[in-house]
Design a protein around this ligand. Structure first.
Ligand SMILES: [Zn+2]
Length: 279
C-alpha cells in the first residue's frame, strides 16, 4: 500500500478524467493521496475530492498564488480550519512556503509578501495544532528560519532538493522530506545521493502530479517542438518512482512501502487513522 503524500488531484489537467486517474492509482496500490490546496478558491474542491476518494487534504495558500492572494484569505483560512477541524481528512496546512526560483516572485516586494503569507500560515498551523506541507524552492534556509520562529508539530518539506545539512535541520524539527519524480533522472546526482544517505525514517514519497513527470513520461524541448505534449504525471506513477528509490538504496520495495507510509502517518498524524482504517 502506497501513500502519495503530494498530489494535486484538483488541478485542471485532470478535469477530463479525474476519477479514472484516481482509480488507476488505486489499481497500482496507491491507497491514499494527500491533496494540498493552492489557493482559497480550491479549498472546497480539495475537501470534496478527499471525501469522494477516501483521501486526505490540506488547506493553504501556495507561494505561486501569493501575488493574487488577499489579506482576507488569511482570515478565511483561519475560519476554514476551524470549520473543518472535525474533518478527519484534514491533515495539514498546505501547500505553503517560499519560491525563490520564479523570477516574478523574487522582487524585494514579492519576497516580503511571500514571507508574510508563509509566516502568517505557520501561525495558523500552530494555532490549529496542524502540521504543514512546505513548498521549498531555493528557500530552505528561510523556511527553516520561519519554523524556528514559529514551531509547528511536524510536516513535510515537499519535492526536497536541498543540502544534507538543510535536510537534517528539517528532520530535527520533526519533518520528513518528500521525494518524487526528480529521483528518476540519472543526472539528479546530488538528489540521489541525498535520498540514499538519509535515514529511511526521514523519507516520504510523492508524485506532485500533474507536475514533475518521471523520466519515462518526460518530453524533451525537442520533442515538444515537434508537437509532443509534456507528459502528465499521475499518482499511479508512485510505485514505479518508489522502485527507482528502492534500487538506489538497495531495499525491498515492500520495505520501502511500509517505511514511507509509516513516516507519512508519523508526520501527518491524522493520516494514520485514515490509513489504518482503509477498506
Ligand atoms: Zn505542490
Amino acid at each position: 500500500m502506497w501513500i502519495d503524500t503530494h498530489c494535486h488531484l484538483d488541478a485542471s489537467e485532470f478535469d477530463a478524467d479525474r476519477d479514472a486517474v484516481r482509480e488507476a492509482a488505486r489499481q497500482a496500490g496507491v491507497t491514499h493521496c494527500v491533496i494540498p490546496a493552492v489557493h482559497a478558491a480550491h479549498w472546497p474542491q480539495v475537501a470534496q475530492l478527499a471525501e469522494q476518494h477516501g483521501d486526505a487534504y490540506a488547506l493553504g495558500i501556495h507561494p505561486l498564488f501569493v501575488p493574487q492572494a488577499q489579506e482576507a484569505d488569511l482570515l478565511a483560512l483561519d475560519l476554514a480550519l476551524t470549520e473543518h477541524r472535525a474533518d478527519p481528512r484534514l491533515v495539514a496546512v498546505g501547500e505553503i512556503g517560499l519560491d525563490f526560483f520564479v523570477p516574478e516572485l523574487c522582487t524585494p516586494h514579492m519576497r516580503d509578501r511571500q514571507w508574510w503569507f508563509y509566516t502568517a500560515q505557520l501561525k495558523l498551523a500552530q494555532k490549529h495544532g496542524l502540521p504543514v506541507i512546505l513548498h521549498v524552492r531555493r528557500s530552505a534556509d528561510l523556511l527553516l528560519k520561519g519554523l524556528r520562529q514559529c514551531r509547528v508539530t511536524s510536516g513535510i518539506a515537499h519535492a526536497f532538493n536541498g543540502s544534507t545539512q538543510q535536510a537534517q535541520a528539517f528532520v530535527d524539527m520533526g519533518f520528513a522530506l518528500g521525494f518524487g519524480g526528480t529521483l528518476t533522472y540519472e543526472r539528479s546526482l546530488q538528489l540521489r545521493r541525498l535520498a540514499c544517505e538519509l535515514p529511511l525514517s526521514a523519507l516520504v514519497l510523492e508524485t506532485d502530479a500533474p507536475d514533475i513527470p518521471p523520466q519515462w513520461l518526460y518530453q524533451t524541448a525537442e520533442q515538444r517542438a515537434q508537437g509532443a505534449k509534456q507528459g502528465r504525471n499521475s499518482p499511479a506513477e508512485l510505485p514505479r518512482i518508489a522502485q527507482v528509490l528502492a534500487e538506489l538504496r538497495g531495499v525491498l520495495l515492500t520495505d520501502l512501502a511500509a517505511a514511507s507510509s509509516a513516516n507519512a502517518c508519523r508526520v501527518l498524524p491524522q493520516l494514520a487513522a485514515l490509513y489504518h482504517h482503509a477498506p
